[in-house]
Write a protein that binds this ligand. Structure first.
Ligand SMILES: [Zn+2]
Length: 183
């Protein structure tokens, strides 16, 4: 089809008679005559080269169009929820980002089950121990665990899930300690 014909029909895209200069046989834009693959590549290159500028423009647009932006985000979230594959992927990403929080959370739940958390427990202080443990794992490359100095389920005594009953051990030290008391 010729561009003129497509224009007369009021189309946005049309199938050209021959491939574009780059050899793409894809649809072309009626407005410019450019092939959509070329346009996509051109846009991608522009974004790569000018990513700072693009980011600024996007942020400025969002500032000017807060309502539209919120609607867009809601639509994206809804679509993600509908797609089980995307939902699983986003959950996986969230989990990867929140490993210390998850470790802290599972320890918290385990401790709650054992009634080892007193009313006055300082959740922030406890969580920061888990965060520090993750940092150590990251910086040293050796796995670190958060251990209860006095085990939550000891033979003679049971410890509490509070920050001063927590210590950070390498996984090797932790596994060899087992459920023993420190003294
Ligand atoms: Zn092309």
């Amino acid at each position: 089809m010729l561009r003129k014909e497509a224009l007369a029909l009021g189309l946005i895209h049309y199938q050209g008679d021959k491939p574009c200069k780059a050899g793409h046989a894809t649809l072309r834009l009626v407005g410019s005559g450019e092939c959509v693959t070329c346009k996509k590549e051109r846009t991608a290159t522009y974004h790569r080269v000018n990513h700072e500028r693009v980011r600024e423009l996007k942020a400025a647009w969002k500032q000017r169009n807060l309502v539209k932006e919120r609607l867009r985000q809601r639509l994206v979230a809804r679509k993600r929820k509908q797609d089980p594959k995307k939902k699983a992927e986003s959950l996986k990403r969230w989990r990867a980002r929140n490993i210390p929080r998850r470790n802290a959370y599972s320890a918290w739940r385990r401790s709650a089950k054992l009634r080892a958390i007193p009313q006055w427990a300082d959740a922030k202080a406890i969580n920061s121990v888990y965060e520090l443990s993750r940092q150590l794992t990251k910086t040293t490359g050796e796995a670190h665990h958060v251990d209860h100095i006095i085990p939550l389920v000891g033979v003679s005594v049971c410890g509490l899930h509070v920050e001063y009953n927590l210590q950070i051990l390498t996984s090797f030290a932790n596994l060899s300690k087992g459920n023993k008391l420190p003294y």
